[in-house]
Design a protein around this ligand. Sequence first.
Ligand code: CA
Length: 411
Amino acid sequence: MKQFSPLVLSKRSRRSIAFLSAFLPALAFSQAAQGAEPFDVWLQGLKAEALAKGISAATLDTAFRDVAPIGKVLEYDRKQPEFSQTFWTYLNRAVSEERISRGKALLRKHAALLAEVEDKYGVQPRFLVAFWGLETNYGDYTGGFPVIAALATLAHDERRAEFFRAELFHALRILDEGHIAPAEMSGSWAGAMGQTQFMPSTFAGYATDGDGDGKIDIWGSLPDVFHSAGHYLASVGWKGDETWGREVKLPPGFDLDLTQLAIKKHISEWQALGVRRANGADLPAADIEGSVILPAGAKGPAFLVYQNFRSTLVWNRSILYAAAVGYLADRFVDRGRLVATQPPGDKPLSRSDVISLQTNLNRLGFDVGEPDGVAGSMTRKGLRDYQRARGLPPDGHPSSEMVEILAADPG
Ligand code: CA
């Protein structure tokens, strides 16, 4: 649900959103007219449908006052990142010492509220604060875009019109129910809102009034923020009596085909296969299942991950994000500092590196589809097959070393 907005505002600057909405529509306007219909014509149809869905005319008038497509939103939507981060570059930024120490202080400061949320939803305080820290740096960066205008831009645009049209109706209903004033409804360029960065549909499904004032304010009310996050996580299978996972050590010759989320085994089975805690000790004797993953490839840390890791992936489907949430939560309680370290030469792959890797896999008979510079599941599978065929550790991990090996392979 989360899409980071490169344009960010501190919570203290929420009042300046009116100012931002005044100048944002002027940016990069040439890209704005992407819909089949002119925006104004499209907007009339949208409003008619919203009225038919029961949104009041007064809400529609206020919500769409001075709304125009935002060029910057389309720019972000079209933007392809030049580099994909490595596990280490991501983790070092996401779980910084500064973020750890601030999170520890916030855990103490909000202990009573967090305990109340844990009682109700079974999500441990350290994880609630870790999500908060990763989403918005504890409420600092909630995104500086006016949500209605951003969603209208993307719903009018043809690329993902249907998805954003549905989100826009949810956003209008939030306004209609009076949870937040239109000028205060800020979010990321893609409409992820407030301190939890909930999309409007997630808000509709899970956001909760934690302080009992009758409004759900995930922008400004911490009880609402934490109750909403707890409710969402509980709804996607969070287990309050389990942790997220742990770093583990694999025995020499471990079958790397077992290192995928699709393969779940009881902890005792992993123990029997030689998997140990990172310090070499036996795995815990808990009655739970987990998967072994290698988010940085065979040369990086291995993790045994449990149900809460999977629940985190429902919140945000990035493996790196999910590992960072768990790791940050561990570091708040001085646990789990990684034994593995960033190897020398670890560097982000550029899009052209990934395209080279994909092109060479195709050339060598390992079909990964049209090279697109994004290492998705098909690329990783093709890479695994290639590594297996060449007697390399089949971790399917796109590294700069693999880019070089593939380029030099005469086939
Ligand atoms: Ca409230």
